[in-house]
Write a protein that binds this ligand. Structure first.
Ligand code: HEM
Length: 493
């Protein structure tokens, strides 16, 4: 006789059997927090979530662990050895990005960042070649970065040594560099379209890798119909896409076929050249999303690094002084210098690297997907698993850095004060998916940093001893908003 009690008992037995069966089937996966029905192991990071949550899990479960996001296994690689083994030594199996419902809604597997297979290969190669071409010649991107740096120095000078929050000023300059790269023009800071673009980009990044992102990936059928920040992200993405579309139309009218000036020019030219190629992936959807990728990947990241840089220089005045002395001694007061001069400034170069290491600006790396079952350190990483290289754990790995939790430029200097490259310096990721804008980012960081430190000494506001090194935790990890004083230096330019 089926009474309600026996029915419930049978149901509980069946669910328990199914749960044990799953545990058995996944026994070779790397260990990790208990996988609960529906939410998987996410409960472990959602409780008391912080920038260190992933490194704490590695302490408990080892350098390769599984964190179930609902039904999806997410394998996290922690520390230099595991990340190297995964994304460098097994690079060919970890080249894809996961096509989760949220990423699919954002980019529809087009562009560079969220595409896979042949589309990704073709878009990435085109992106790399074009960035290289735009870096050459008089009108090169480096020249434009110098222009933006001059505007930034002027904007800082206007604060007349009074406390100010540098976030918006830096964001404007860095966004304008990418505008120049994509559209061949910069915008004035008061331009309403520019402000809308800048704010939309900020909103897109704010909700990525948050609870809403997780809920969208776990319950897409429900979240698609519910209001919330995820809807805002998609609206803002549409806003950026329509802005880019208008720019493409303008470029079509004034197309510089013989002298392409920017990313869109080169892309339209490529579309024309490959018109008859049936396998070509050069089309407007890929163009729009590649441009959006350059914006989203290239603005917050560089801005956040510079914000940490100013904060750390303010807090470590002795290091700031040494950088300024090196710049004054080597570059003198002459206005012009180039990225090549970085080789003559080993201490400054070491400080920029240390800023990127000590306050890494991503919560973890950009997720990858495993395209084939891989055995690593005796564990099975299943085909289709999302793989996260925890780059922050690499930059703080106690086996790689003498004083991982101290701001110490000596990590990048030998005993003679020469700059040394470090294998575990992986803020731009590694393998075939390594950051496409690494070179551009390095040039930007160097030029903005040198120009600002040459022109100003950074101090905390009166009555403040040190600016708090508190972090806002989202996909990027900027410092909490802070105020600083930029005191003009007599020899500043
Ligand atoms: C300090 C600045 C930057 C940092 C720390 C950074 C870091 C990263 C990281 C960690 C990845 C993922 C790599 C991986 O999966 O292993 C990435 C990807 C990417 N970055 Fe950057 N990035 C920076 C600046 C830029 C800039 C300025 C651009 C271009 C304007 C850019 C464009 C891209 C693109 C397009 C990808 C996707 C590459 C692909 O999927 O093939 N990034 N970046």
């Amino acid at each position: 006789m089926w009474t309600p009690v026996t029915l419930i008992a049978v149901l509980v037995c069946l669910l328990t059997l199914r749960f044990l069966n799953q545990l058995w089937a996944h026994r070779n996966y790397p260990p990790g927090p208990l996988r609960l029905p529906i939410i998987g192991g996410a409960w472990r990071i959602l409780i008391n979530f912080s920038q260190d949550s992933f490194m704490k899990l590695a302490k408990q479960y080892g350098n390769v662990y599984t964190l179930w996001a609902g039904n999806l296994p997410v394998v996290v690689l922690s520390g230099f050895e595991a990340v190297k083994e995964g994304v460098i030594n097994h690079s060919e199996y970890f080249n894809e990005r996961p096509v989760t419902p949220f990423f699919k809604a954002l980019a529809n597997e087009t562009g560079i960042m969220f595409s896979n297979g042949y589309t990704w290969k073709q878009q990435r190669k085109f992106g790399l070649v074009t960035m290289r071409k735009l870096g050459l010649g008089k009108k090169s991107i480096e020249y434009q970065i110098q222009e933006e740096a001059s505007q930034l120095v002027d904007a800082f000078a206007n604060t007349k040594g009074q406390p100010f929050d540098p976030t918006l000023l830096i964001t404007n300059s860095v966004t304008n560099v990418i505008c120049f790269l994509n559209f061949g023009q910069r915008f004035s800071i008061g331009d309403e379209d520019f402000l809308k673009l800048r704010n939309a980009l900020f909103q897109i990044l704010q909700s990525t890798a948050t609870l809403f992102h997780f809920l969208y990936d776990t319950f897409p059928w429900l979240m698609k119909h519910l209001p919330g920040p995820h809807k805002k992200v998609l609206e803002n993405r549409d806003h950026v896409a329509s802005f880019v579309s208008k720019e493409i139309e303008k470029h079509k009218v004034h197309q510089s076929l013989h002298e392409p000036q920017d990313f869109i020019d080169y892309y339209l030219l490529q579309m024309m050249k490959s018109k008859r190629d049936p396998n070509s992936t050069y089309n407007e959807e890929n163009l729009i999303n590649s441009v959006i990728d350059l914006f989203t990947a290239g603005t917050e990241s560089t801005t956040t690094t510079l914000l940490w840089g100013l904060l750390l220089m303010t807090n470590y005045r002795d290091i700031q002084g040494k950088v300024q002395k090196e710049i004054d001694d080597i570059l003198g007061s002459s206005q012009s210098f180039s990225y090549q001069d970085q080789k003559k400034l080993p201490y400054t170069n070491a400080v920029i690297h240390e800023i990127q290491r000590y306050q890494y600006i991503l919560l973890f790396g950009v997720p990858r997907q495993c395209s084939k079952e891989v055995n690593m350190f005796g564990f099975c990483i299943p085909k289709g698993a999302t793989v996260i290289a925890d780059l922050r754990s690499v930059l703080l790995d106690p086996n790689q850095w003498k004083t991982p939790h101290m701001f110490n430029p000596n990590h990048f200097l030998d005993q003679h004060g020469h700059f040394v490259e470090r294998e575990a310096f992986l803020p731009f990721g590694a393998g075939a998916r390594v950051c496409l804008g690494e070179q551009l980012a390095r040039i930007e960081l160097f030029i903005f940093f040198v120009r600002l430190l040459r022109a100003f000494t950074f101090q905390p506001p009166e009555g403040v001893k040190k600016i708090q090194e508190k972090v806002v935790v989202r996909m990027t990890t900027p410092p909490c908003p802070y105020k600083v004083c930029a005191i003009p230096r007599s020899n500043g330019s």
